[in-house]
Design a protein around this ligand. Sequence first.
Ligand code: SAH
Length: 495
Amino acid sequence: MKKNEIVKFKIIDIGAGGEGIGKVDGFPFFIKDAIIGDEIRAKITKVNKSHGFARVEEVITPSEFRVKPRCPIARPCGGCQLQEMSYTKQLDFKENKVFQHLKRIGGFSEELLSGVTEPIIGMEDPYHYRNKASFPFGRDKNGEIVTGFYAGRTHNIIRGTDCVMGVPVNQEILETIIAYMNRNKIPPYDEVNHTGVVRHALIRYGFKTHEIMVCLVINSDESTTLGNVEELMSELKKIQGMTSIVVNYNTKKTNVIMGEECEILWGKGYITDVLASGESGEESSKESSKESGEGIKYQISPLSFYQVNPIQTEKLYDVALEYAGLTGEELVWDLYCGIGTISLFLSQQAKKVIGVEVIPQAIEDARENARINEIENVEFMVGKSEEVFTKYYGEDFVGEEPSEKETGEAEKVHPKVVILDPPRKGCDESLLEAISKVKPERVVYVSCDSATLARDLKYLCERGYELKRVRAVDMFPMTVHVESVTLLARSKATQ
Ligand code: SAH
């Protein structure tokens, strides 16, 4: 088989990247946008030693799981990978991905996994869930200013302002900005020559508060490069919910979207959103406390990390809260705490929560979030989890049940629960080693990469922990990403 050859395939499996897998004489091909069960004709694009790649030319017999994508640019756009797969099948695929990683990398038996795995939590309406989006600006072939999305694996901008993942107001904001740029001849950024001004527009939206922030990332260190800023602001302010207009300066020749410095042009420089517990279960009613603004408030600045799917975040944190099994008496460590979202969420039901995060700005936000919610039983520390936790308990700390006295005033109280929510690369081994020495009763692991999760669980389960519960939560419908929560408990034999 050679490049450009057209071959007929029956799609028999799904790859980790969401591609359909078909075989020719036992030799596997990965085919983007092909759905398991499809019969297709595809053009071979590349052949390696052990596998090849192909592109769908024609769907001969569509799979029962194939659906029409809602978005007209679903195929070329690099944002989604699974829009042509039915949502039920997407959920199956994600649940299975976690299961297979835990089995293959974690070494857990199928029997154990079947016993501890709980059903994946999907969305009722898996569209328009993103509270944040950044849109690159550039020019099309005719020199017109465009904004939209990068085509998969490239930096070519595909025109598109009404993404089905984002909130509808994005379109109005982007059109306002483009009209302003055209009127005032403000050029978009040109990546190749490192010239022009407007690089990206970052838009954040508070699902509960309906507050909007627009942050324009510009290739300059002065907002005057944007021309008549007053005019731009007065246009943007007309959009209902506009709360904050910010510029971010990024003059570097880099793929990183945001520069380090922001200047507030108008408004308070952040938006607020609310996350509520217990109201977001599958049975929840629309008239929940979520609507009335109860719950924990979070201030979100342009540079802060905040979960992008607020509807599923509540469900994810509810699972974490349930797995933590808090009674109000325990010390909880929230490692990799970001702006303290999980810490504050759990604090009502714990004696104390200590959050650790490596980015100082995030810790400032976390402290501010504790203050605005009047939460006093939380403490935040800046640093790497593996260093802060290890140093705090030191070499000599022996993990065991603390006596009554110790749980009272003693500084180094034995932690009952440790929450882990690391980035994709997972936890540093030295942190896992420290945890296995300090011996918290329960470890709740929130993960955005089930392969590194499986590796880390294997380590802990070889050192006195048992896998008790696992549940995937679909935070990113239409994409191949899957989030999960796992509960480990100290096994009785080793306590
Ligand atoms: N728990 C938070 C954030 C999770 S994202 C939430 O749910 O919103 C992971 C976080 O880990 C990021 O904020 C990242 O800055 C931080 N991080 C990355 N490496 C770290 C390390 N070694 N120690 C502590 N924090 C780290």
